[in-house]
Structures are given as structure tokens and as C-alpha cells.
Design a protein around this ligand. Structure first.
Ligand SMILES: NC(=O)c1ccc[n+]([C@@H]2O[C@H](COP(=O)([O-])OP(=O)(O)OC[C@H]3O[C@@H](n4cnc5c(N)ncnc54)[C@H](OP(=O)(O)O)[C@@H]3O)[C@@H](O)[C@H]2O)c1
Length: 375
């Protein structure tokens, strides 16, 4: 099976390494024949090119693997690859989550498959495990530490009394966080992954913007002090539940009990839990990012294509409806008077999420910190 690789950064170089090493019988059948790089100065291998048409128009290439990141030109190349009858694999959650409908239609029209295991949970086989679970069972809810950068920052802050700014800098120095860390720390990255998980687990295609989102940009020592004094650990969580046709979902910090399995997820690891009727709660833990773990997930997708095992692509339109979601929320804002009648100390009484979202808007405090408190 011949592969064209778009992008040779952290993930792309890992994919090249695993496939070039041919360590297993399954990978021996795979061959990367062309690699797209951005600039001629980056060419270090005879297979490298700066002309994407060397890949998209090459009839011998069966699979195009995209590890460039960003929406454009990744989306354009994806559609062109599918139109040219090539199977398509991506690790790019931002492009995939925002273009799923047109990618799905294009893949179906051209009778090729679209694979995206590496978009969620890095090296954890999360998407594949959803598929396995769904062969027997119905998934009712999912919840995950989907982002290694925020888990790293929160772990170091919580366990070593470090401050947010220096831990963010450290995460950037270690290559976990991008130079512009917005996607990680404000929750966008987790929202893409939660949306893709909803797609896969519930078969519903929902609008990204309908998933309410809060991040950790303004977490401070007083929030961590509250956690420690009250037996909680703070984690960034994407969650979704399904009740019949109704899907509820949010992305925000959560105060999890200190004996909860999520409380023990260290540093840049990810953990994702699903709840289904016969399997019950299942938790998948592993490297949520990194060159080889993420590349592992990409190569698994390529092997599935070789074995003609397509990823399910039957989704219907769904809507996020948080009308019936209730919880207890920790809130710190300079405008606490807006929340006064729903507070019980530093946390709310049991209230509707929509009520809290409404009051957060009224408080108009961009430095406020909010977290759901695990029941
Ligand atoms: N890193 C991880 O652990 C991880 C885990 C899961 C998913 N992902 C996702 O995987 C994707 C790739 O991530 P990454 O960490 O590998 O990023 P990266 O290290 O920045 O690699 C991306 C590579 O693609 C190249 N590229 C970008 N636009 C290009 C273009 N138009 N033509 C040719 N080459 C182009 C970049 O070149 P320049 O550097 O010259 O711009 C860079 O070499 C992203 O969508 C990311 O969200 C990453």
C-alpha cells in the first residue's frame, strides 16, 4: 500500500519512522512514497516534495495521510485527495471537526474511507474502542481528560504549588503547548475532541459552538487551595451525555474527588471514560500526544484501510441541549453579587448549567474561574 504524507513535523516524522522501520508484518506492507514539506530548505529525503500535486495526482498513491495541522490548506488537500479516490487519514482535529460534513460526503461519493483515530486521545485507541463497544452496546455518556497540555499544567500546579504562567512556559518549552496556547488552555482543543467523540459514540453531528466552554487561563492559588481543603483535584474535562435523541455536553474544569481515577492521571497523559449498558464504565488511559504515540494511531488507521476495515461514517444531525443539565459549580469572580442567591459558600447550590452560563455572561468577568464539582 503506497502512502503520501502531508506534513513532516512531530506527528508526520513519527509516521515516517514507524513505517520506514517495518518492525511488524503489518507495517512491512506499507510504503511512504512521497512526503510534502513546506519549503525546499526542509528537503532531506528523496521522497520529499514541496508540490502537493506530486501526491494528490499520483495514481499509484492509495492513501493520503495529513499531519500538517490548521484548517487550510489541510481541508482543501483532504477534499482533493478524496476526489482523486484516495483514502484519507488525519490527525488534525481542528480541520476534521470543522469540516466533517463535506469530508464525509466527499468520501462517500468517491467510495473511499476517512480515518481519524489520532484526532482524539493521541495514542489511546479511543475511537477504535468506541467502535468495538458499539458492536455490542449503546454508549450513554463519555467524559475525558482529552488534553495533555492542560493536564500537565494543572498537575504541576496542584502537586507542586506552581503558578499558571511558569507552568504554561514549561509546557511550551517541553513542546506540549504551542507558542499560541489558546486552543489548549481555553478549551478549543477539548471541544474539537468532545465533538468528534459525540460523533463517534452517539452518531450525532453537533455544532462545535453549541458546546459551552471554559478554560484554565485564570486559575489561581486560591482555587487550588479550595480543592485541597475540600478533597478535590482539578482537571480539564470534556463530557457528553445522551438521553434518547438529546445530547448534552460541556467543556470546563472539573473538581474531581481525590480518589476518582481521573485524579490520578499524571502530567501529559489523557484518560477517557465511557459508560454503556453492558460494559458499564470503561476508562482508557495513555499518551494523549507525542510523536510516536500519535503516529501509532495514524499507522493503525492505515492498516485498517489495508484490511478494508472502514471507519463508520453514518452520522445524523444532532443538537446540543443542556436544558436538563444540573450540577454544583465552583465560581470565583470579581462580580460574585451576580451569583449571590445561588451560592452555598464557594460553590453553588444544585443549579441548572444554563442558569450558571447566563449569570457568567451577566458577570462579564473574563478573568472569572468556573469549575463543575463532581457529585
Ligand atoms: N503533536 C502531537 O502530539 C499531536 C497529537 C495529536 C494530534 N496532533 C495533530 O496533528 C497535526 C500535526 O501536529 P504536529 O504536532 O505534528 O505539528 P507540527 O510539528 O507543527 O508539524 C506540522 C508540519 O506540517 C508542515 N506544514 C504545515 N503546513 C504545510 C503546508 N501547507 N505544506 C507542507 N507542509 C506544511 C509544517 O511545516 P512548518 O513547520 O514549516 O510550518 C510542519 O512541519 C495537528 O493537527 C495536531 O493538532 C498532534
Amino acid at each position: 500500500m503506497k502512502i503520501g504524507l502531508l506534513g513532516h513535523g512531530v506527528v508526520g516524522s513519527g509516521v515516517r519512522k514507524i513505517i520506514d522501520e517495518k518492525l511488524t508484518d503489518e507495517t512491512k506492507n506499507l510504503e511512504i512514497t512521497r512526503i510534502l514539506v513546506k519549503d525546499t530548505s526542509e528537503i532531506t529525503d528523496v521522497r520529499m516534495t514541496t508540490d502537493v500535486n506530486d501526491i494528490l495526482l499520483d495514481p499509484s498513491i492509495d492513501v493520503v495521510v495529513e499531519c500538517m495541522g490548521g484548517i487550510e490548506p489541510a481541508r482543501k488537500y483532504a477534499l482533493e485527495a478524496l476526489e482523486h479516490g484516495k483514502h484519507f487519514v488525519t490527525s488534525n482535529k481542528k480541520m476534521f471537526a470543522s469540516s466533517i460534513l463535506e469530508l464525509q460526503e466527499c468520501a462517500e461519493r468517491n467510495h473511499v474511507s476517512l480515518h481519524y483515530e489520532a484526532t482524539c486521545g493521541g495514542g489511546i485507541p479511543w475511537i477504535a474502542n468506541i467502535d468495538r463497544c458499539k458492536r455490542v452496546d449503546t454508549i450513554d455518556s463519555l467524559k475525558g481528560i482529552f488534553n495533555g497540555t492542560t493536564n500537565y499544567i494543572l498537575s504541576r500546579m496542584y502537586h507542586e504549588n506552581q503558578d499558571f504562567v511558569s507552568m504554561l512556559k514549561e509546557a511550551q518549552d517541553l513542546g506540549y503547548a504551542e507558542k499560541d496556547p489558546t486552543d489548549d488552555i481555553d478549551g478549543y482543543d477539548i471541544r474539537y475532541k468532545t465533538m468528534i467523540s459525540i460523533l463517534k459514540a452517539f452518531g450525532k453531528r453537533v455544532n462545535l459552538e453549541d458546546i459551552p466552554m471554559f478554560g484554565i487561563r485564570y486559575i489561581d492559588a486560591s482555587d487550588l487551595k479550595y480543592c485541597k481543603e475540600n478533597g478535590y483535584v482539578v482537571k480539564m474535562i470534556g463530557r457528553a451525555e445522551r438521553n434518547g435523541d438529546v445530547v448534552s455536553s460541556s467543556v470546563m474544569p472539573m473538581l474531581v474527588k481525590k480518589d476518582d481515577v481521573f485524579a490520578f492521571i499524571p502530567l501529559n497523559f489523557n484518560a477517557i471514560a465511557s459508560n454503556s449498558k453492558t460494559l458499564g464504565k470503561a476508562v482508557y488511559i495513555g499518551q494523549g500526544a507525542g510523536s510516536l504515540p500519535t503516529a501509532h494511531a495514524v499507522v493503525q488507521d492505515i492498516i485498517d484501510i489495508e484490511k478494508s476495515q472502514s471507519m463508520e461514517m453514518q452520522f445524523e444531525d444532532g443538537m446540543i441541549n443542556n436544558e436538563n443539565v444540573e450540577g454544583i459549580y465552583y465560581i470565583r469572580s470579581k462580580n460574585m453579587e451576580v451569583f449571590q442567591d445561588i451560592m452555598d459558600g464557594e460553590v453553588t447550590k444544585k443549579v441548572r448549567l444554563l442558569e450558571v452560563l447566563d449569570r457568567m455572561k451577566k458577570a462579564n468577568d473574563k478573568e472569572a474561574f468556573i469549575a463543575e464539582v463532581e457529585a
